[in-house]
Design a protein around this ligand. Sequence first.
Ligand SMILES: Cc1cc2nc3c(=O)[nH]c(=O)nc-3n(C[C@H](O)[C@H](O)[C@H](O)COP(=O)(O)OP(=O)(O)OC[C@H]3O[C@@H](n4cnc5c(N)ncnc54)[C@H](O)[C@@H]3O)c2cc1C
Length: 582
Amino acid sequence: MSVGWLRACALVMLGLFSVSALAKDKTAIVIGGGLSGLTAAYELQNKGWQVTLLEAKSSLGGRSGMATSEWIGNDKAQPVLNKYVSTFKLSTTPAPEFVRTPGYLIDGEYFSAADLATKQPATAEALKRFDKTVDDLARSIDDPQNPAANNTLHALDQMNVSNWLDKQNLPATARQLINQQIRTRYDEPSRLSLLYFAQQSRVYRGVSDRDLRASRLVGGSPVLAQALVKQLKTIKTSSPVSSIIQDKDGVTVKVDSVAYKADYVVLAVPLRALNKIQMTPALDAQHLAAIKGTNYGWRDQIMLKFKTPVWESKARMSGEIYSNTGLGMLWIEPALKGGANVVINLSGDNARVMQAFGDKQMVDQVLIRLHAFYPQARGSFTGYEIRRYSTDPSTGGAYLAFGPGQISKFWRLWERPVQRVAFAGEHTDTLYPGTLEGALRTGQRAAGQVEDLAAGKSFEPAKVGPAAAAAGAGAVVAKKGNFFSNLFGGSDDEKKPEPVKAPEPVAPAPVPAPAPAVAPAPVEAPKPATPAKAEPAKKAPAKPAARTEAKKAPAKTPAKKAEPAKKPAAKSAATPATDTKA
Ligand SMILES: Cc1cc2nc3c(=O)[nH]c(=O)nc-3n(C[C@H](O)[C@H](O)[C@H](O)COP(=O)(O)OP(=O)(O)OC[C@H]3O[C@@H](n4cnc5c(N)ncnc54)[C@H](O)[C@@H]3O)c2cc1C
């Protein structure tokens, strides 16, 4: 008779029997310590699960936060984020007025929105007209959760935003600024699905800049990750997962030669990182195509530090500034202790062009352009920090930005678990991909799905493509009238667009060497944890792993690498399978 059974009998005799006393621990492994993974782990742990979080890097928080430059939305714009901010009693500071409206740097001259209206009325008027057109486009989508609801909308997914912009008859400067706005928020217009642009415009319709930039977390976005980290019992950093093996009894997750076992997994890594994880059984063709084919927007950030502000209109030139001359989107605000910082956001193809350059060369290119407008720049320059999200192999871009045809193929694909694996990450969110809000939402969703799976719920495979038949498309065309006719070029009174000069990508040129880089501070992982204590491992997978590492795994406790975790875990939620004591 087993010890457990004897103990249960004893409890019954003592009148202390409870179902939970007999129930085995519910175990889950969360892979990825970005905000989505941290949220999933936190939510599962709160529901009584034994959770182990495995993070490839030595620090936690993933892409969240360039420290001081991110603003967070209010309840209306980012409800889930605000919920965690209040749960963890995080301090916020309200956004100053200068972050409310964007400014423009046109051929080196700074314009506030008000300046633009008086000094460049044609450009201002074109931007206004464009906003109206985008609003019409957004209104064409009834349900942003189902953007390709009919064949007409489905057709938008086959178009790219650049081709659509060509039809808007925009003056050259307005087009350059609009291109810059779009590539900053998403990706290069030519790489972006028009349906995705429409869907996102629908999601944010009626949400003002004031809602979107309501406040800032004191300490920057990393404090949110830190708050979640503090709550978690078992975290293992420097633990890149290489394979996931599912069988009828559970899941085995491998980090080098160490294997962990649990009932369920939340896979919260970006798609390019997922591509490097071997899954057994393998994902189906649609998932594999999505991993390889889904577009990520490109965005790199360079913080240039100056002794004093070198730009004109010191007091006014602040906040988000769109340049039409290869400087991307500039973010300017006074540094805390004297000096001044400019964060240059190079996005889309401007960031892609820079892929071939080293950090210092990249900074040189930017400085040359800035120096052309502000000759004092070089003398005042003190150093830089750089973050290259696009070339980070674990991200392969900054965030999801569906390219043409990709919504039709991959919509909501990652919302459905595959057997015992649920997916999280900004790329798996339908409404707020590419944001902190999206990451948090998906962590919550994945945690809920693990609960559902444990309760026996099964999930339908994802359905993609238009829900309605051609008749539905006709109805929408009729309902929207000229808008759709114009969109597809069918209108008789449509004007031919003027030729538009595309913005110049940043081109290389030689410059003097800038100061050495200072690496941006990552989210500090908490103090080192004792490696998870070995528990008697659960049954070995019914089918041995296809990969040879499974066999090679030494029967020993996971190596004590730098594995900081908040608290020394009483025991690992996921049992290292190699520690089998049968
Ligand atoms: C430049 C830039 C600016 C942004 N600005 C804003 C903004 O202003 N507002 C906003 O709301 N959002 C912004 N975002 C988006 C936001 O930061 C992200 O949406 C969010 O942080 C993504 O979280 P995540 O958990 O989905 O992914 P990540 O943060 O990427 O987390 C994934 C984690 O998985 C880990 N990992 C990968 N492979 C493995 C493996 N094999 N084993 C174990 N771990 C692995 C990675 O190291 C990483 O820590 C910005 C993003 C970028 C890049």
